[in-house]
Design a protein around this ligand. Structure first.
Ligand SMILES: [Zn+2]
Length: 65
């Protein structure tokens, strides 16, 4: 099994290259920031995390006067 190149910066404090936790898979990686203890997950594509929210927020259409 090839190691994932899935380290990514913390989205909260921008700590560089936080390594994924051992429970991470080839699909989803989990991270805990060593600096601010922020916990997050990222979807993995081709061995790299993709910056995509888990649950897209519906943006209301702009209202026209
Ligand atoms: Zn952080």
């Amino acid at each position: 099994m090839q190691p994932l190149e899935s380290a990514m910066p913390c989205p909260r404090c921008h700590e560089d290259a936080v390594e994924p936790l051992s429970g991470s898979s080839a699909i989803v990686a989990w991270y805990t920031c060593p600096r601010c203890d922020h916990f997050w997950s990222a979807r993995i594509r081709n061995g790299h995390p993709i910056d995509e929210p888990e649950t897209p927020v519906a943006v209301p259409a702009p209202r026209r006067a």
